[in-house]
Design a protein around this ligand. Structure first.
Ligand code: SF4
Ligand code: MSK
Length: 645
């Protein structure tokens, strides 16, 4: 790859350094992105493809129809609905596994695991309609796990967490008949409706796609986040470091990658295990260094401060440093190319989930009941591989960060332990020190410079006093360039800076993995309940952006935010409907009218910035908070007056 082409791969200097150092015969995702162009029909820029029956595949452009007569709009809506169903299924199946784990913990069958956050368990159980008074914690946990599991197969009624949304929002969903009845039911119905010859009305197809997405955000994902907090602890702000420089020359490096927290939490927990450290020393290493990639990294970062060494596009590069003794992967966002890359390096690639095997990787099946045994076996494999290292070149690049902003911690940091409250946040928005809240979330995409749009937008928004909240790979982008440090308030506008200085927080808050986007739904509901910013999510001066999206989960997240009343913008690669103006109109003007939220593809990053600012300023005007109030510093005295300390 030529010098100039390398610069077009990433904004991350550590990634560029590895690309510089590697043997040119090793292929990366960046090479493949340059050598293989997107299919113009498949990318839906100049048409669309349907392969839902054996009379096709039908390639449709303009006013042509498929053999069955299906129009461009119908096919676009069907394709998008299927993507959303897959994304929702991925998140929700992860949530199901967490509910299964809670059941095993309650029954005492999950070796070494226990309920760490009992208070959160009680809230979770009560939200599921379970009696908690005068009962043993294990009994409550068992009932909560069974009730959560039942929501997957529920056939009628409404999934319970819908009742946590603002009342007005619930009514909008009921009026439009998109309240999810059961989590699995909505996925299956999407697949049925999009079978050849079933639902052919694009608007109707997409309404159901929204119901399906809601079953993810307010269902499967929420179950996943809540139970992970219950078993492994609700995150609190904690310092950590990031980037490839966190790989160690002298320690055994074990990378956890994927999305599931269970095995990785235990592996991280065992990194200081005396016997294992002794074993590592017996093999010539100083100790054991557990680090992470993608959202498994975010899970163990949020609770144990484990270093995320990179986001989605860094996974191959980590191995190419020659220092990764083992990479253990679980589910989602794991490139098959890893198996090819490890052929040229000493790294042991280990799969752990029965749902994700990769030819060429070693499969170490992970079962909840003997989780510590499995974790020890994997750590030993990494230790045994340490002496096989050859040429090690680790970029000396790291950044500091603060993560761990669960919704509970946000309430605590704003209000103190005894009067936890979002009031100061609402007041900050009302008096204009914070102009609005922008969620910048989602993946990297090899068709675009890694981290570029995430970082550009984040900087531009905080500069203009917009608080940025992040999850997933987007959060790791900001971490890598120091924007998750409290000192980053220097980059913020005066208003946001005054709040960050007083509370001691970064202007960019890391809320967790991609499943943890459900935390944003909770914060948004609690902000509304706090008062002064309208009655519904669509009243809030807020927006969501996925500037470098690539996964089907991102589409499900975007859809459940839109259905919840948020203006959502996707940048980078087009969402797979843009060749149909009819569908684009449904998802923008149509959804805006019905749901007060919309999902729009905006290719130009400057336009994203402008559109979000205009949207948020219009919301401020509608709330009559657009007039600049006198700036009041939010210091301890002010907090005392508010009664929050
Ligand atoms: Fe073609 Fe219709 Fe079959 Fe799709 S469902 S492949 S448009 S004939
Ligand atoms: S890992 S879904 S690339 S955020 Fe959650 Fe990152 Fe996107 Fe995967």
């Amino acid at each position: 790859m030529k010098e100039k082409e390398k610069k077009m791969c990433s904004e991350d200097k550590a990634v560029l350094e590895v690309l510089e150092n590697i043997d040119q015969t090793v292929e990366t995702v960046f090479d493949r992105a340059q050598n293989m162009k997107c299919c113009p029909i498949g990318s839906s820029v100049s048409g669309i493809c349907c392969k839902n029956c054996a009379m096709g595949p039908c390639r449709i452009r303009d006013d042509k129809v498929g053999l069955c007569g299906a129009t461009l709009a119908t096919i676009a809506a069907r394709n998008l609905a299927r993507h959303i169903a897959v994304g929702a299924a991925a998140h929700s199946d992860h949530g199901r596994d967490m509910a299964m784990l809670l059941k095993e913990v309650a029954e005492g069958k999950a070796e070494g695991l226990r309920i760490k956050d009992e208070e959160k368990l009680l809230r979770f159980a009560r939200n599921l309609g379970i009696k908690t008074e005068d009962r043993e914690v294990k009994e409550i946990a068992l009932d909560a796990a069974n009730k959560a599991l039942a929501l997957f197969g529920q056939q009628e009624g409404e999934i319970d967490f819908i009742s946590l949304a603002p009342k007005k929002r619930q009514e909008i969903w009921r009026k439009n008949k998109i309240v999810p009845r059961g989590i699995d039911r909505e996925v299956v119905e999407t697949l049925h409706r999009t079978h050849m010859g079933v639902d052919q009305d694009p608007e109707n197809i997409l309404d159901h796609a929204l119901r399906n997405a809601l079953s993810d955000g307010w269902g499967g994902s929420m179950i996943g986040t809540e139970i992970t907090d219950i078993i492994f602890n609700t995150p609190e702000a904690l310092p950590a470091k990031t980037n490839l420089g966190m790989l160690s020359e002298k320690d055994v490096n074990l990378v956890v990658h994927g999305h599931e927290p269970t095995l990785s939490e235990v592996i991280a927990d065992l990194a200081d295990d005396k016997k294992l450290v002794e074993y590592a020393k017996s093999k010539g290493a100083q100790g054991i260094n557990v680090v992470g990639i993608c959202c498994t990294a975010n899970e163990v970062l949020m609770r144990q401060g484990v270093a995320p060494i990179g986001n989605f596009l860094s996974q191959e590069l980590a191995i190419m440093t020659g220092s990764v003794d083992a990479m253990v992967v679980d589910i989602q966002c794991i490139m098959q190319s890893l198996a090819e890359v490890v052929k040229k390096y000493h790294t042991k690639l280990i799969t752990s989930s029965p749902k994700c095997k990769i030819p060429g990787a070693t499969h170490v099946p992970f079962e909840d009941r003997k989780i510590y045994d499995t974790a020890r076996e994997i750590i030993k494999m990494a230790i045994d591989n340490y002496s096989n290292r050859k040429d090690v070149k680790i970029p000396n690049i790291t950044s500091d960060l603060v993560a761990g902003f669960s919704h509970e911690y946000i309430r605590y940091m704003l209000g103190g332990r005894f009067r936890q409250s979002l009031r100061p946040l609402n007041d900050g928005i009302i008096d204009g020190r914070i102009q609005g809240v922008v969620a910048i979330v989602g993946c990297n995409n090899a068709r675009h410079v890694q981290d570029k749009y995430h970082n550009y937008l984040t900087k531009e928004f905080i500069k203009r006093d917009y608080l940025v909240v992040q999850t997933g790979c987007g959060a790791i982008s900001s971490a890598k360039c120091g924007m998750l440090m409290p000192e980053a308030y220097e980059l913020a506008g005066d208003g946001l800076k005054s709040i960050c200085e007083a509370v001691g927080i970064p202007p960019v808050l890391h809320l967790g993995s991609c499943v943890d986007n459900s935390r944003i739904l909770t914060v948004v509901s609690e902000v509304l309940a706090e008062g002064g910013l309208g009655e519904d999510v669509s009243d809030l001066p807020a927006a969501g952006i996925a500037p470098e999206w690539m996964s089907e989960k991102a589409l499900s997240i975007g859809a459940y935010f839109a259905a919840s009343g948020v203006y959502v913008l996707f940048g980078g690669e087009p969402i797979p409907v843009i060749s149909s103006q009819e569908v684009v109109n449904i998802m923008t003007e149509g959804w805006d009218k019905k749901y007060g939220g919309k999902l729009e593809y905006v290719p130009d990053v400057e336009q994203i910035l402008e559109k979000v600012i205009n949207h948020i300023q219009a919301k401020r005007k509608a709330l009559k908070i657009d007039v600049k109030k006198e700036r009041v510093l939010f210091d301890m005295e002010a907090r005392r007056e508010l009664g929050n300390v």
